[in-house]
Write a protein that binds this ligand. Structure first.
Ligand code: GLN
Length: 248
């Protein structure tokens, strides 16, 4: 079965292109019944309030919650992390509906607004040990959330050190060198505050695909032409930069 990518809003094209680069077919999910035909699901980054409104409009929440409850692998990136969290803070007035399932609290815009977006090299030793390659990953944080608290079943895959001056939200009282959680795993749920689909490093996608393999056979991407083939231009780091801070 192919990997589903929730395609209401945000970087779903980029996820499908990233899956394609590792030879896996990704399909757009816009209707509840389409979830029956996929082994696993990626909820992309974008704008979680907008995505939630669209999901509500299409009556997707019950099916998404059922998908999570069935134990099928789901990976939320950025806004997708917010979707999966049991609790979110920093929401717009009136809040927003969440899929939930991931036992954590996230802050929606922990690192500030669009202009506080940044890139960093983030060490993720467990994932590098499984997937090979260098120990750290290029991480693109766009108006990124962060995980404030995790439950006992949640494994922290990556955190970054930040100074309090880097936190824009005055309600956050981070002390110098606070560790902020930016990637977690809980059973079949994976969540990252950043956007691996915007980098050329496909190890996060292959890691997620391997989580799905236990459940169902993954369909290989066909070699025929696809509208996703030419989307390499989305990638931020075709040319590796050397001047990035390393967060450890
Ligand atoms: N790049 C992103 O997905 C940003 C998410 C954004 N902070 C939100 O609330 O939805």
């Amino acid at each position: 079965m192919p990997v589903g990518v929730l395609a209401l809003q945000g970087s779903f094209n980029e996820h499908i292109a990233a899956l394609r680069r590792i030879g896996v077919k990704g399909v757009e999910i816009r209707k509840a019944e389409q979830l029956d035909n996929v082994s696993s699901l990626i909820i992309p980054g974008g704008e979680s309030t907008t995505m939630a409104k669209l999901a509500e409009l299409h009556n997707l929440f019950p099916a998404l919650r059922e998908f999570v409850k069935m134990g099928k692998p789901v990976w939320g990136t950025c806004a997708g992390l917010i979707f999966l969290a049991n609790k979110a803070t920093g929401q717009k007035e009136g809040g927003q509906e969440l899929v939930g399932g991931l036992d954590c609290t996230v802050h929606r815009n922990f690192f500030g607004s669009q202009i506080q977006s940044f890139e960093a090299e983030v060490p993720v030793p467990d994932l590098a040990a499984k997937e090979g390659g260098p120990p750290s990953f290029r991480a693109v944080f766009i108006r990124a959330p962060a995980v404030l608290e995790v439950g006992p079943d949640v494994e922290v895959l990556a955190s970054i050190s930040i100074r309090s001056t880097e936190i824009v939200d005055p309600s956050q009282e981070a002390q110098p060198d606070t560790k902020v959680i930016v990637a977690v795993k809980q059973g079949n749920l994976l969540a990252t505050a950043f956007h691996p689909e915007l980098t050329i490093d496909s190890r996060w996608h292959s890691y997620f695909v391997k989580m799905s393999v236990g459940n169902n056979e993954i369909v290989a991407s066909s070699s025929s032409s696809s509208s996703y083939e030419d989307q390499e231009s989305f990638l931020y780091n075709k040319q590796p930069k050397t001047d990035l801070p390393v967060y450890e």
